[in-house]
Structures are given as C-alpha cells and as structure tokens.
Ligand binder design. Structure first.
Ligand code: NBP
Length: 477
C-alpha cells in the first residue's frame, strides 16, 4: 500500500515526526540524504507503525499515494532549497510539499511562489515543541494554500498537541509565509518570556537573598497560578538541579553566556521593518548578545555602582510576591507586542491571520505553552479587531492591579543595580501608551530645525515648517 505521507530529513526532528505519524496510524515513507539514518529508524522503531524506507528520491516519491504529501525536515536554509530542487522535478500537479524546518518566512514566500507555478502546493510550516513535541505532539503552524490544508489538516490534527479542552494545536494560519512568520514571532515571544523569567530569578537571588533551590520552590508555587506555563515549570527544574561533579547548584556552574540561533533576531528585524515596537523581544535579544561579550564585561568589572543587598527573610517573601506581579505585568506587555507584530505582518502580506486561533494553537505543544494563552484566545475571540491586548478589559485590569508592585520592583532593581531591561522596557511601553503627550513633539521640532523635515500641528490641518535660520516665521508646505 502506498504511504499517506513521507518524511525526508531524519535527524531528531524528522525522525520523531515520522514516528508520530506512524503511531497515529499513517503509513510513512522515509528518506534521508545519508541512508544509514533511515535504516536506523526502521531498526529501532519499525515496530511502532507502518514505515516504507527508501534510499533514492525516485523511490521515495514513488512510495507516496497521490496527491503526494512530503515533509521536508532538513537544516533550514540552503539544504531546504537543495532538497526542493531534488524532489520538485519528480512531483506532479496537486502534490504538497510541507517544509517543517525553521525557515525564514521570506524564503517560504519565494519557494511557495516558485512551486505554485509548477502546480505544487508548498506549505511552510512552523513546528514548535522540540524533539519531545515532534514525537508526542507539537504545536503546528502551517501556511500555504487553503486547498492544501483540506487534505493535510486532518493528518496534522491527529499528530498535534491537544490543548486542555482537547482542541488540536494546529490551524491553517494563512497563505504562503504566514505559518513561518507566526512561528518566528512565537520564538521572539519565547526569548522575551525567558528574559523576564531570568530577571525575576536574578532579583530573587540578589535582592530576595534566596538560594537556587528555594527559588525553584517559588517558581513551582507561581506555576500553580496565573503564570502556569512550560517555561516556568522547566525553570524550577533547572534551578533545583545540582551539578554532580561539584555538588553546587547547576545554574552556578554554567557559563553565563546565552546563545541564539537567530529566530529572535529575525523577529526584531522584521518588527523594525514593519515599524512595530517590540521592545521586550529586542531587549531579550540584546541581553543575550551582551552576555556573550566577555572581553567587554571583563573590562567593565570595576565600574562604580551599588552591590545588591539581600533583604531579611520577612521582607523577602513580600518582595517575591511583588516580583510575581512585575513578571506577570511584563509578560502581558510582551505578548501585546508580539501579537501586534503578527497583526502588522498579516496586514502587510494580506494573510488575514486569526489572532485568537494563533493563541489557541499555542496553548499546547510549543515552548511558550501556558494557561495564559487561553485568556488571549478569549480576548481575541470576543473582539477580533482588538487593537491591542492592553485594550482588553481583563488584561488592563490585571495590569492596573499589578502596577504598584511592578514599579516598586523596578525602583528596587534600579537602586540596587540589578539589570532588569525586560521589566523596564515593558513598563516604559505601558507608560508611553498611557501618556497624553509624548516628547515626539520635541523630536519633530528638532528634525524640522536641522533638516527642514516639517511637522503637523495639533490645531490645524497641513504640513508646516519654521524658518529656523531666518526670522522663525512658520510657513505651510
Ligand atoms: P538539523 O537541522 O540538524 O538537520 C539535519 C538534517 O538535514 C539531516 O537529515 C541532514 O541529512 C539534512 N541535510 C543537511 Br544538514 N544538508 C542537506 C542537504 N544539502 N540535502 C539533504 N539533506 C540535508 O536537524 P533537526 O535538528 O532535526 O532540525 C530539522 C529542522 O527542524 C531544522 O530546520 C530546524 O531548524 C527545525 N526545528 C528544530 C527544532 C529542534 O528542537 N531541534 C525545533 C523546531 C524546528 P544527513 O543525515 O544526510 O546529514
């Protein structure tokens, strides 16, 4: 019997995705550039379902039922193009290529356009959840044509994670690059979430005076409330882990230089192009970058400033509660910014992305999965044209309640010299949006002064310029 789906690229992700399809009853054709990986998969996991291992591109394509559905799970970038060049000539009208790698959405748009001319559906698909997710149920963000989703949807729904209410964590995000765009922003939000959690940890450590295992306990307690999420859960696991070689807390023996693969940077680059303020995500990317500048950090060790003083035990508990408020309020802001970027991308590329549906498929399977996302889904479902998450009454009320503590935590962090760029950027965004007047008026005046860039007035229509070098009369241009 022909296979219902094929997977080419059988490293950790592809292998687990293939097993996930097989465990859900689909016959899966297998292919990898290096055939040894294909053989290994069948030897180790062949008993889990129906696999059709193949070694050549021709045999792989021949093993698939028509219209063919083949998943590419190779290293993103040139390898994806190489694989498309290899397979596309062997395919026919109506066949579907699914790229599950972490492609840049602009590449996905190009590939989709090129393959569409050949009558092939190209479905750029964001997949989140890492190795475990690929095997047990990832969050899946497919783009591409609506037609391709008709045949693909049910298969993806069966392998996807299920949210608490049982709904599969997959939806047709929108045409061409929409799926990979949304996956990119997912990763940007993930960077911001991790940064905010890192700041909370540092404050609890330096100002709260708690050791890592007690901070793990605090995160576990938070994880039973509104911050309930995968990232908070694994934070507690990492913080309570003890290094077996030294007996010291694991977090104290790991080099404090954060690395990145680039999706956070893409999120910020795109936001700059679209003109969307995603300051929280940008701070997260910059902070990882700063951490890696070892020479710069070494050269700065003697710069003057306060050394944090740990609070006494009574005050520390109150402080920890305040940090929870600051973390939660900052998290609302970073999701507000991330969803703004998705809305802007959707408008720019005519994708018509349903923001509530995006929040819904992030409730399970992916790295940022959290109880909180159900609230975001509800907010957008109630009001699909919500201009900002902060315009939702419930989120606005929660921030209003959290803000005294949020501000107090930032005052303490500033006084004690604990860097909190994520908390601070989130609060600055919030206050800037609330402000009746911004110094942007002064900026416009300066621009007009040095570059005759003109300005608008609050009290009249039109474009104006002041003759700064002359008698300073105003002219209308
Ligand atoms: P890798 O990203 O490490 O890629 C390894 C695979 O790419 C192997 O199958 C390899 O074949 C194949 N490959 C390469 Br490299 N160059 C090739 C070429 N020119 N032609 C054909 N095949 C080529 O694997 P991964 O970590 O499983 O990730 C796969 C994709 O999933 C990536 O795009 C990744 O960004 C994305 N992703 C990963 C995660 C994660 O948690 N790891 C999560 C979500 C998405 P070979 O065996 O012959 O060398």
């Amino acid at each position: 019997t022909p296979a219902q789906i094929g997977v080419t690229g059988l490293a950790v992700m592809g292998r687990n995705l293939a097993r996930n399809f097989a465990r859900n009853g689909y016959a899966v054709a297998l292919h990898n550039r290096t055939p040894a990986r294909t053989r290994e998969l069948v030897e180790e996991f062949g008993h889990e379902g129906t696999f059709a291992p193949t070694e050549s591109a021709e045999d792989f394509v021949a093993a698939l039922e028509r219209p063919r559905r083949l998943v590419i799970m190779v290293k993103a970038g040139d390898p994806t193009d190489a694989v498309i060049r290899e397979f596309a000539p062997l395919l026919e009208q109506g066949d579907v290529i699914i790229d599950g790698g972490n492609a840049h959405f602009a590449d996905t748009r190009r590939r989709e356009r090129e393959l569409r001319e050949q009558g092939i559906h190209f479905v750029g698909t964001g997949i989140s959840g890492g190795e475990e997710g690929a095997l047990h149920g990832p969050s899946i963000m497919p783009g591409g044509s609506a037609e391709s989703y008709e045949s693909l949807g049910p298969m993806l729904e069966s392998i996807a994670a299920k949210a608490a209410d049982g709904a599969p964590c997959v939806t047709h995000v929108g045409p061409d690059g929409a799926g990979h765009f949304v996956k990119m922003v997912h990763n940007g939000i993930e960077y911001a979430d991790m940064q905010l959690i890192g700041e909370a940890y540092q404050l609890l450590r330096d100002v709260g005076g708690y050791p890592p295992d007690e901070i793990a306990g605090i995160f576990r307690a938070w994880n039973t409330g509104r911050l309930d999420s995968y990232l908070i859960e694994i934070t507690a696991e990492v913080l309570s882990h003890v290094d077996s070689a030294t007996g010291r807390p694991f977090v104290d023996v790991v080099a404090d230089q954060a690395e990145q693969k680039g999706t956070g940077r893409w999120t910020v680059q795109l936001a700059l192009e679209l003109g969307v303020p995603v300051s929280g995500i940008a701070e997260a990317v910059f902070t990882r970058s700063l951490s890696g500048h070892t020479a710069l950090r070494r050269a700065s060790q003697d710069l003057d400033g306060p050394k944090p003083q740990a609070l006494g035990p009574g005050e520390a508990a109150t402080f920890a509660d305040r940090v929870e408020q600051a973390l939660y309020a900052s998290k609302i802001v970073s999701y507000t910014q991330g969803f703004h970027e998705i809305a802007a991308g959707s408008a720019e590329y005519d994708w018509n992305v349903d923001l509530g549906a995006v929040a819904a498929i992030w409730r399970g399977g992916c790295i940022i999965r959290a109880a909180f996302l159900d609230r975001i889904r509800a907010a957008y479902d109630a009001q699909p044209d919500l201009p900002s998450l902060l315009a939702d009454d419930e989120f606005a009320a929660e921030i209003a309640e959290a803000q005294d503590d949020w501000r107090a935590v930032l005052v303490t962090a500033t006084e004690q010299g604990v860097p909190t760029p994520g908390f601070a950027a989130a609060l600055a965004y919030y206050d800037a949006l609330r402000a009746e007047r911004l110094p942007a008026a002064l900026t416009q005046g300066q621009r007009d002064y040095f570059g005759a860039h003109t300005y608008h007035r609050t009290d009249a229509e039109g474009t104006f310029h002041t003759l700064w070098a002359g008698d300073r009369t105003e002219v209308q241009s």
